[in-house]
Structures are given as C-alpha cells and as structure tokens.
Design a protein. Sequence first.
Length: 275
Amino acid sequence: MTGGTGKTGRRVVARLRELGVETRAASRSGETPFDWADPTTWQAALDGVTAVYITPLDASPSPTPAFVEQAVASGVRRLVLLSARGVDVPGYFGPAYEDGGPHGEGERAVRASGVTWTILRPGWFSQNFSEGVFLDGVRDGELALPTGDGRAAFIDADDIADVAVAALTEDGHAGEEYGLSGPRALGIADVLDEIAKETGRRAAYVPVDASVFRAGLVADQGFTDQEAGLWTDALEPITTSREAPVLDGVRRALGREPRDFADFVRDAAARGVWG
C-alpha cells in the first residue's frame, strides 16, 4: 500500500498484519521505498501484489492515474482509494478544484481501471488535533482558524482504516463509494471543550478572518501565496458547515456506528498526546 506510514496507512498495515495478511508498506520512509514523485520506485511496491490501498499525493496533475495503470498492468486486481468528502460536489474545495482536483483525478482513474475498486471519502480527521495540523495550537493553548461558527462531523482515522481493511479483504465492497464521517458535528470550540474535559487543559479557539489567516501563513510559516490560498480554501467546508452532515459510510461498510469524537479524545489523552 502507498502511504504506509501515514495517518490511515499505518493503521491499515497494522490491522492487515493482525489478520495475518501479507502486507507491503510503501512510503518514502517505510520498509519499501516509494515516492509519488519518482515513478521508478513504484514497481518494487507493486511486484506480486493483488490489492492496493492508495493514499494519493495532493498535487496537480495527479500521479494517481499513471500509478493505477501500472498497478493493473502488474497484476493488481483490487484498488481501494482514499479520496475526500465533497469530491463529487462541484466547488466543494473552492474554485481551484471545480472538478475535484487531484482526488477527482484519482477517482476517475480507479473507476476506469477495469478491476475491482472501492472509494473512501472521509471528511476532516479527528487525528488532526492529536497528530496533525491543529496539534501545536491545542498544545500551545490557542487555536486560531478562519472557521467561524462552522461545524464538522470529524471522522476517526481508526474508522477509516477499518473500512479500508474490509474493502481490501472482504467481498461486498466492489464499486462502493463510502462517505465517512463521525456520528455528530462539532465546532472548533466544541472540540477544544471535549479535549479540556478529558485533560483539564483548555485551549482557546480564536476565530480569525480568512484573509488574516492566509497572510499569517505566508508571513509566519513560509507558505507561498498559492499554498496559503489552497490551505485556506480547504478549511472552507468547515466554515460553511458543509462538513456537518453525518454520513452513513461506516455503517454501510462495517455494520456499526462510527466512533464518537469523545472516544477519540479519551484514547488520545490516555497516550499523553496533549501533555
């Protein structure tokens, strides 16, 4: 699988190995070297493989179509693609991604592959607060974002991994497009309240204007104007609460409800991720 050391990839690897499934974890820093930017690394990851979990590169043009073509030519018969919520909604990610951007390219490639495929469309990950882009703000006691009073039904990466493993190893998931969310929508202030209840440490949510946020990414974090714009646009679905509706993909794929955000917080706090 690609992205074998990433948020979902390493969880998928662990689950497959617990099931006794021979698994190859491919990534730039993993046991099988793999670099989306270097197609010469792809074949070693594909040799002898019959099913692939694809965590694509967020770049345009996307390398996913070329990888899918090579995977099928190498004998892969099942593809599970990590896409994103809203790919099928024009303009969901802003004007730069009217056609779904790189994720849309990837989806079109797996549908046209001629082999069994499943598409996962998760929204924002709960783990962004414990091992991702929001972690430093939570730890530092202030999280400044241009999301206003918007809400999102954050999805636990463990649920994404469980759905991916089911799609890789079981029948009944061919041709499915699973929209994945948590069981309830939360605003950023609500998220920080949940963390404070468990840890006793409260971080403040500071709503900021999108233009101020974008300028800060450039001035303080070294983003290019384009990168800052894309990152700001990526938060727009939270700002507008387009991420708030609860989706049924976890229930359809696994026959159970998704994990609640409070369960994620409890487990993360027990590991001491917030200090």
